[in-house]
Every structure is written in structure tokens, then in C-alpha cells.
Write a protein that binds this ligand. Structure first.
Ligand SMILES: *Cc1c(COP(=O)(O)O)cnc(C)c1O
Length: 354
């Protein structure tokens, strides 16, 4: 039975990417060797790494603009710490829009007191705070473009007088933005790019080397850049698969093309949430995420019926995060519009049944 995979992460990848990636596990480059058993220093893998790094910059429109792309380990969660290690000298400013932002703040607070410019914690993070000031005398400003758990997304980014750092784990490569506004972007691969196990970091080189502390080698962006993202053995399979996804996206027409598809999906999804009286959206309308739609049943008595209908329709991964409850439809790049149509049909069928 065909499945419709709304999983929040790890999540759906394009079928053709999965096929090519699995082929490479058995026979990479027609060499009769597995991608998993060749040296990461071989020309074949160095080419993969270079291709993945340059595709990432190309798709974001950042080629030749002083940025470097790295594929690191330790998840986006390690970036919470690494950003502070590399950039925090006096004090940093953070926007608190959810669980992940809060975790980023906790890690940075190991180094120094953190300024929270604004927070939506008071409303269980169902909106994005606006109209806050970013002080000029801080080292950097950190924000989270898409709040995977709560289903909110920053539609506009502030004009920051200091370097702007952004956790884009769950919406990178999903919409057009002026990426030159950001000085450092990071994203765990497993939400919109590849399997778990690597994290893309895009950093403008000129913001580095300004802190006085000694940085441990594995946490030092400058060192990773100087080694071509191969200071130690990189996670070859997640990087190869990410490269395939980036190629897939480029062949589709890049971010502009996928953004159109993503819009169609989210418009369809939210119109059902709004029109169907059995459901209620969680996030403030103006801040709704095009990637993760969060919603609840108005009447919990329908839970069993709804969930058995979901199962019958082959819908997977729709459970909300425990801190929000209800449902979360994650509509990442690789999710077909047809899957959203199936989900919306089930929701409207429930309305007739109820
Ligand atoms: C999933 C997620 C993370 C955590 O990523 P890991 O790779 O598991 O460390 C961080 N930030 C955001 C916005 C996420 O969606």
C-alpha cells in the first residue's frame, strides 16, 4: 500500500534519491565497491564532498559571496554550542521562538549571560514575536527560521546590525529568501535534505577568528574550512544522499520551483484546517509554517475514528509533538501534493461522518 509520509524528521526523501543512494551502497560509481567501504580521501568521494558543498551554496545564491559550506556531525544540536564557541566574545542576543531556540540559548548560556530579545514562551510558542530591538553592541543575533514543533515560521527577518545566525533545520531549501542577510546558517540534514547524520553549516568567513578563547579542533569552523570539511572522517552516506537531494532540487528548478509546490501544499492544508469545524489550527495565522502544520481535534471523542481513518489511508507520521499534542502535518520538499490531498480528503470525510 502506498504510504503518505508526514513524518517531522527524519522524514520523506525523493524516491529517486533513495534509489540512487541504495545503489551506491552496493556499487558506487560502477567500481564494484560500496560507497561505504572506500576511502573518504579517494577522488570519488572528494568529488562528492565538493559537489555537495558547492550545490548548497549555488542553490542558496551564495556562490562567490564569501561563504563556505561545511558538512559536520553532531546534529543541529551541536551547532547550538559551536556557534557560541566560535562567535561569542562578550554577549549574544537570541530570539526565543520554541524548544529548539530555547535549547540554543541554554548552550550559549554556558559561555555567558544571554540576552533574549523576545520570547513567545508565554503562549506555548504559538506565534513569532515582532518589533524587538537587536542591540548593536552584541556579538551576534540568533534566530530559528521555522519552529518544527509548534508550526510557526518567520516570514520576515529583522535588519540586524550584528551578524545574524539562523537555525534553518526544518525549512532550508524550501523557500526563496535573501540568504546574504545571514552570516551563519545551519541545518540538520534530516528535515529537508538527507538522512540523519550530517549538518550543513554555511558560514561567511569574515565573521570568524574574532574570539579570544581557544576553540577545540572539532568545534572550530576555521579548521573545518581549511580542511575542506574533511578534518576527520566525514559521514559519507548522509553527505552523498544530501548531494543527491540537492541535485534533485536543482533539476526541478531550484528553490523557486519547489517554493511554488510547497505553497500549493500549505494553502490546501490550512484551508481544510480553517474550513473544517472539527479541527483547530495551533499556530497564529500570520506565522503559520509552510513546512509543519499543527492542528488539534476540537472534540477529542473523534480521535479514535480519525486515527483509524488515517491508518486506512496510509497516512504516516501525523502525531503532534508531545509539547503541543494533536497533529502535525510535515510537508517537506519531497512530500507530493497528492499526499496532502489524501490527508485533506480524510479530514473532510470525518466531517461527514461526525
Ligand atoms: C530537528 C531540529 C533540531 C535538532 O536537530 P538534531 O540534528 O537532532 O540535533 C534543531 N533545530 C530545529 C529547528 C529542528 O527542527
Amino acid at each position: 500500500m502506498q504510504k503518505h509520509n508526514f513524518s517531522a524528521g527524519p522524514c520523506i526523501l525523493p524516491q529517486e534519491v533513495l534509489k540512487k543512494a541504495s545503489e551506491a551502497v552496493l556499487n558506487f560509481n560502477n567500481d564494484n565497491l560500496s560507497l561505504l567501504e572506500i576511502s573518504h580521501r579517494s577522488k570519488a568521494f572528494v568529488d562528492v564532498m565538493e559537489n555537495a558543498r558547492s550545490l548548497a551554496l549555488e542553490l542558496l545564491g551564495l556562490e562567490g559571496k564569501g561563504y563556505k559550506a561545511l558538512f559536520l556531525q553532531g546534529g543541529a544540536s551541536s551547532q547550538f554550542l559551536m556557534v557560541a564557541q566560535n562567535l561569542l566574545e562578550k554577549r549574544a542576543a537570541y530570539l526565543n521562538t520554541g524548544t529548539w531556540a530555547d535549547k540554543a540559548i541554554k548552550e550559549a548560556a554556558i559561555f555567558d549571560d544571554i540576552l533574549e530579545v523576545a520570547s513567545s514562551k508565554d503562549a506555548n510558542y504559538n506565534y513569532i514575536p515582532k518589533g524587538f530591538d537587536i542591540p548593536e553592541d552584541h556579538d551576534y543575533f540568533h534566530c530559528t527560521s521555522n519552529n518544527t514543533i509548534f508550526g510557526t515560521q518567520m516570514k520576515k527577518f529583522p535588519k540586524s546590525p550584528i551578524p545574524m545566525v539562523c537555525d534553518m533545520s526544518s525549512d532550508i531549501f524550501s523557500r526563496t529568501l535573501d540568504f546574504t542577510k545571514f552570516d551563519l546558517i545551519y541545518a540538520g540534514a534530516q528535515k529537508n535534505m538527507g538522512p540523519a547524520g550530517t549538518t550543513l553549516v554555511i558560514v561567511k568567513e569574515d565573521i570568524l577568528g574574532k574570539v579570544s578563547r581557544k576553540i577545540p579542533s572539532m568545534l572550530d569552523y576555521k579548521l573545518h574550512i581549511s580542511k575542506g570539511s574533511m578534518f576527520n572522517t566525514p559521514p559519507v552516506f548522509p553527505i552523498y544522499t544530501s548531494m543527491l537531494t540537492l541535485e534533485w532540487l536543482k533539476n526541478l528548478g531550484g528553490i523557486k520551483a519547489i517554493e511554488k509546490e510547497n505553497k500549493k501544499k500549505s494553502i490546501l492544508m490550512y484551508s481544510e484546517i480553517d474550513l473544517n469545524p472539527l479541527f483547530k489550527g495551533f499556530a497564529a495565522k500570520a506565522d503559520r509554517s509552510d513546512m509543519n502544520a499543527t492542528f488539534n481535534l476540537v472534540n477529542e471523542d473523534l480521535k479514535e475514528t480519525f486515527e483509524s481513518m488515517l491508518q486506512e489511508a496510509g497516512i504516516n507520521g501525523l502525531n503532534g509533538h508531545r509539547s503541543v499534542g494533536g497533529y502535525r502535518a510535515s510537508m517537506y520538499n519531497a512530500l507530493p501534493l497528492d499526499s496532502v490531498k489524501v490527508l485533506v480528503e480524510v479530514m473532510s470525510e470525518l466531517e461527514y461522518k461526525a
